[in-house]
Design a protein around this ligand. Structure first.
Ligand SMILES: *[C@@H]1O[C@H](CO)[C@@H](O)[C@H](O)[C@H]1NC(C)=O
Ligand SMILES: *[C@@H]1O[C@H](CO)[C@@H](O)[C@H](O)[C@H]1NC(C)=O
Ligand SMILES: *[C@@H]1O[C@H](CO)[C@@H](O)[C@H](O)[C@H]1NC(C)=O
Length: 461
């Protein structure tokens, strides 16, 4: 599921690129004027007037040193990322109960715009579940402000936990890791204003949210009724979350050099996980200490049909094997699954959201990703391979052979589904998803897979 949505957005970007190539060319000279990081608000109306081209136009640009030497204007918006838009408002910022932000600053121009503060900005499916925020900015004189119910001195970050909430990969890559990137510089003294968050979502991730902010989370969707929270005022609001890369952090772009390894450490601390480092095997016959291996067994799609045989092979190689599947949505279930993951040294699973639990592994542990048929290797490596390495883990990529896919029993050998995934992909996202992500289970060739299990064992030495 993880990958499904992402490719939708990649596809959208590609379509956008073609459709708006003309506009981009016309705007290139303008683009060079704003080569460095944030776009001044003055260009907002222009960007908005070209619609989707705005996101595409800035999509390839790197932000560079985002927090050093930045222009300290009262409004600073960054539309350069293909994944998220971020605006910073300084001065007198009032957050109304109806998803409206009123901003005053003597130097602010009179503007109003709308944003969906979620790090999946080209994905219409995800954004359908994200509340739009209206911002009205002006110098104080021309705009009567609603009175503050509460006047805070710390900054606030406004974001949506909607989108694909409940899918662990999306919760991390679209919300929690970007939230870490965006809030870290405030050292905990920051208010988190979240919309579209179900109570179970807040319960599930509250331990992590508490580490990011020592103030109570403000649920924008609730408490707005009679005697509700009213108008909240801040001297500084960040609207939207910074996104760097899939489920990871580019330390060079953070103010304090924070990395994905720091996020993983924070995740382990949040859930009170005991192990910070994986087992270190010393040569052969290591005094009977067996590395623990967790086999994630998906139940309906991309399932292992021979989990028992895989577990036996791993046991024979010297692993202590646990077979389990994470359950969605229950807070207590996440905490206990996190403990199980942390007790292990190797995590094995077919490409899918369950692998996102790698954030709970102790440093130096090994992630083995089993990649099904369908030309999914690059996406699989980007979703979990790079994040694993960035988090201080080792990574083994196991691309299955045709014979290891249940598709081999369903289609004749020369069928395009087996022979030419690229052609299926050209039929569109739905065809790819149906053929390879929903329509396929995995029967590992245990002897072939032993190579990957041995490699994982070597990486623990
Ligand atoms: C929100 O409420 C304010 C004040 O009551 C009003 O001026 C504004 O138009 C409302 N915004 C939206 C988007 O409904
Ligand atoms: C909020 O408090 C600050 C500091 O006391 C003050 O300067 C500011 O005017 C107050 N803002 C509002 C809207 O009450
Ligand atoms: C994959 O395995 C699951 C669990 O046994 C089963 O429910 C599902 O129908 C299988 N899917 C395919 C495409 O074989």
């Amino acid at each position: 599921m993880a990958c499904e949505k992402k490719s939708v957005s990649n596809f959208t970007v590609r379509v956008g690129l073609v459709l708006f190539a003309g506009c981009i060319l016309a705007l290139i000279s303008l683009g060079t004027m704003f080569r460095h990081n944030a776009v001044p608000l003055q260009t907002l109306s222009l960007l908005f007037s070209v619609g989707s081209a705005s996101s595409v136009m800035w999509g390839e640009e790197r932000i560079g040193s985002h927090h050093s030497g930045r222009n300290e204007g009262p409004v600073l918006c960054d539309f350069s990322s293909s994944r998220s838009d971020v605006c910073e408002l300084k001065g007198d910022v009032r957050v109304l109960p109806n998803a409206t932000i009123v901003h005053h600053h003597p130097l602010a121009r009179r503007r109003s715009w709308r944003m969906k503060p979620h790090a999946r900005k080209n994905d219409r499916h995800a954004l359908a579940r994200v509340t739009e925020v209206t911002v009205a900015s002006s110098h104080a004189a021309d705009h009567p402000a609603p009175r503050c119910t509460t006047n805070h001195t710390a900054p606030a970050v406004v974001f949506s936990a909607g989108g694909y909430a409940g899918n662990m990969f999306h919760d991390l890559t679209d919300v929690l890791v970007p939230l870490f990137i965006t809030t870290r510089r405030f050292g905990g003294d920051v208010h988190l204003l979240v919309s579209d968050a179900q109570p179970w979502w807040l319960d599930r991730f509250r331990p992590l949210l508490r580490r990011l902010s020592f103030h109570d989370v403000v649920d924008m969707g609730r408490g707005a009724g009679a005697g509700g929270r009213g108008v909240l005022c801040y001297p500084h609001v960040v609207l939207g979350l910074e996104f760097h890369k899939e489920m990871s952090v580019d330390a060079a772009r953070t103010a304090g050099g924070y990395s994905m390894a720091d996020f993983a450490r924070l995740a382990r601390r949040s859930y009170g996980l005991a192990r910070d480092t994986a087992i270190r095997l010393r040569g052969r016959g290591d005094g009977g200490r067996r590395p623990r291996l967790l086999l994630i067994s998906r139940k309906s799609t991309r399932a292992f049909t021979n989990a028992g045989a895989i577990a036996r092979a791993a046991t024979a190689l010297g692993y202590e094997v646990v077979v389990s599947e994470p359950s969605r949505q229950h807070a207590a279930a996440l905490a206990s699954f996190a403990r199980l993951v942390n007790s292990c040294d190797v995590l094995v699973g077919v490409h899918g959201a369950g692998l996102a639990n790698l954030v709970f592994l102790p440093a130096g542990a090994v992630v083995v990703q089993v990649v099904p048929l369908g030309g999914l290797d690059a996406m699989a490596a980007e979703d979990f391979g790079a994040p694993a390495r960035d988090a201080g883990l080792r990574y083994v990529h196991y691309a299955i052979a045709v014979a290891e896919s249940t598709l081999a029993g369903r289609y004749p050998r020369d069928h395009r589904v087996l022979r030419d995934p690229a052609a299926v992909r050209r039929d569109g996202w739905a065809a790819l998803r149906e053929a390879y992500l929903v329509g396929q289970n995995v029967t590992l060739d245990v002897h072939r897979f032993e190579g990957a299990l041995r490699r994982a064992m070597e990486l623990l030495r």
